[in-house]
Design a protein around this ligand. Structure first.
Ligand SMILES: *Cc1c(COP(=O)(O)O)cnc(C)c1O
Length: 425
C-alpha cells in the first residue's frame, strides 16, 4: 500500500541522514562516485543480457555490449591481466563460480580458518561446504597475523590439495605467495586469491599484486576498498584455455543469468576513475590506517601488531576484551555515530561475543580525511570505548567533525555531496 511505500522511503531517507552524521569505519563498505551512482539508476538496470558481448541471448544490448567491452578493457589495464569477467553480482557469487570451475564435490582445498580472518564463503557452512568441498587450514602466525610459511609449505606438500585458496576479511598483511610459489609448482595446485577486501589497494598498486606473485585466479567484491557498486569480478593470469572455458561457463549459466548491467556500467566508470585517482587514494588509505593504529596505540589501546606498524592495508584490528568486548564496544560506538563491527581475533571461539573490533579507513579516506583526522577519530573512539563517556555526548563531536567531510573525493566531480537522496518524485 502507498503508506508502506512512503514509510519505507522515509526509513531510507532517515538512514541516509544518519550516515551523513556518522563516521563510517566498516572495512567492507565504501561510497560510490557521482558518475557511478548515476549509472546505478539508469535504464541499464531494467534490462537483461546473458552470455558474452556480441554473443547474447537477448536483443537490445547494443550499448550494453559496448560498455561491457570497455569495462573488460579497463579492468585488463588497471590490473594488468589478460583474463577478466565482470558478470559476477557479488564477491560471494564470484567465489561460487571459482568453486564450480576448480572443484568437484569431495575435493579438498587449502584455506584460512574463520577465526584467523577468513570469509564465510570459504568456510564449511558457506559456499565451500555447499559445494561439498572439504577444507584444510593453513597454520597461523598469531604474532604476525599471517600464514606461517614453513608450516604452510609442509602442509601443502603433505596434503597436496587441488587448490590453494587465500584471502581474508580481516586482511592486515599480504599473503606469502612469493614464498610459497615453488611449493605450488611442486604439487601442481591452482592458486586462488580472494581479493574482496583489498581490490582497491591492488588497483592503486599499494598492496601485493597477487596475479603477478603466483595466483592464477583473483575473485573480488567491487565495493570494499574498490569504491564501486555492489558487484563482483574475476581476474586471471597464466590460466589454461580449459580453465578459462570452465570459468566462463561457471559464471554463465552457472551462477548468474543477467549480471546487473547498471552495476557493470558503474563498475566501468569506477575503473576509469581508479586508473586516474587509484594510486593517490590507495596510498592515503594505507597511511591513514597506520596513523589510526598508532594514535590508538598511543592512547593505550590494544591495537594488534604494534611491532609491524599495525597494518599494510586499510584495516586495523583492536582487542577490546578489557573494555567490555567487541559486541559491547561496537554497540556503544554505534550510539555515538561511529559505525564499526565486532570481529573475531585469533583464539576467539564465539563470533557473537568476540574480543575485537575491526576498523577500516577506506571510506573515511574517500571523504577526504587524512592523518590529523585519524588522530581525532582515535580520540573519539577512545572516549567511548575506554573512558566510557556517554555516547550521546561524543556523538555531538562526531557530527561536528563529519560536517567537514561529507563529500566524495578521488573521482570525477570530486566534492559532490556523498549523502544525496535522489528524489525522483
Ligand atoms: C566480503 C567478502 C566476500 C563476499 O563479498 P560479497 O560481495 O559481500 O558477496 C568474499 N570474500 C571475502 C574475503 C570477503 O571479505
Amino acid at each position: 500500500m502507498k503508506q508502506d511505500a512512503d514509510w519505507i522511503r522515509d526509513q531510507v531517507k532517515a538512514h541516509t541522514k544518519w550516515f551523513e552524521e556518522s563516521i563510517p569505519t566498516i572495512a567492507s563498505e565504501n561510497l560510490m562516485s557521482p558518475l557511478a551512482k548515476e549509472m546505478m539508476i539508469s535504464d541499464f538496470h531494467d534490462r537483461y543480457a546473458e552470455g558474452m558481448p556480441g554473443k547474447r541471448y537477448y536483443q537490445g544490448n547494443i550499448y550494453v555490449d559496448k560498455v561491457e567491452n570497455r569495462c573488460n578493457e579497463l579492468a585488463q589495464r588497471v590490473f594488468n591481466v589478460p583474463f577478466v569477467d565482470v558478470r559476477l553480482t557479488s564477491g560471494t557469487v564470484a567465489n561460487m563460480a571459482v568453486l564450480f570451475a576448480l572443484t568437484e564435490p569431495g575435493d579438498t582445498i587449502a584455506t584460512t580458518a574463520l577465526a584467523n580472518g577468513a570469509h564465510i564463503s570459504t568456510a564449511q557452512f558457506g559456499a565451500v561446504g555447499l559445494r561439498g568441498v572439504k577444507t584444510i587450514n593453513y597454520p597461523w602466525d598469531e604474532e604476525r597475523m599471517t600464514i606461517d610459511v614453513d608450516g604452510a609449505r609442509r602442509m601443502l606438500l603433505k596434503e597436496r590439495p587441488k587448490v590453494a585458496q587465500f584471502g581474508l576479511s580481516l586482511f592486515l598483511f599480504p599473503v606469502p605467495l612469493k614464498e610459497l610459489e615453488p611449493t605450488f609448482h611442486e604439487i601442481g595446485c591452482t592458486v586462488w586469491y580472494d581479493a574482496a577486501h583489498v581490490l582497491g589497494l591492488i588497483a592503486g598498486g599499494q598492496f601485493q599484486d597477487p596475479l603477478h606473485e603466483g595466483a592464477n585466479i583473483v575473485s573480488g567484491s567491487t565495493h570494499k576498498t574498490f569504491p564501486g557498486p555492489n558487484h563482483g569480478i574475476l581476474l586471471g593470469n597464466k590460466m589454461t584455455e580449459d580453465l578459462e572455458k570452465r570459468l566462463r561457463r561457471s559464471v554463465f549459466p552457472g551462477v548468474t543469468s543477467s549480471h546487473h548491467l547498471h552495476a557493470m556500467a558503474a563498475l566501468a566508470v569506477t575503473l576509469a576513475e581508479m586508473e586516474e585517482f587509484g594510486k593517490d587514494y590507495a596510498k592515503q588509505i594505507v597511511k591513514n590506517s597506520q596513523h589510526l593504529g598508532q594514535a590508538m596505540h598511543e592512547l593505550g589501546m590494544d591495537v594488534l601488531c604494534p611491532n609491524l606498524g599495525f597494518t599494510k592495508s586499510h584495516t586495523i584490528a583492536v582487542n577490546v576484551s578489557k573494555h567490555g568486548g567487541g559486541d559491547q564496544v561496537a554497540k556503544d560506538l554505534e550510539a555515538a555515530n561511529i559505525i564499526t563491527n565486532k570481529n573475531m581475533l585469533p583464539g576467539d571461539e564465539s563470533s557473537i561475543r568476540p574480543s575485537g573490533i575491526r576498523i577500516g579507513t577506506q571510506e573515511m579516506t574517500r571523504l577526504g580525511m587524512k592523518e590529523s583526522e585519524m588522530k581525532h577519530v582515535a580520540s573519539l573512539i577512545h572516549r567511548v570505548a575506554v573512558k566510557k563517556e556517554s555516547p550521546a555526548k561524543v556523538r555531538e563531536d562526531v557530527k561536528e567533525l563529519k560536517k567537514r567531510f561529507d563529500k566524495v573525493q578521488y573521482c570525477y566531480h570530486a566534492g559532490t555531496p556523498a549523502y544525496q537522496f535522489h528524489e525522483l518524485v
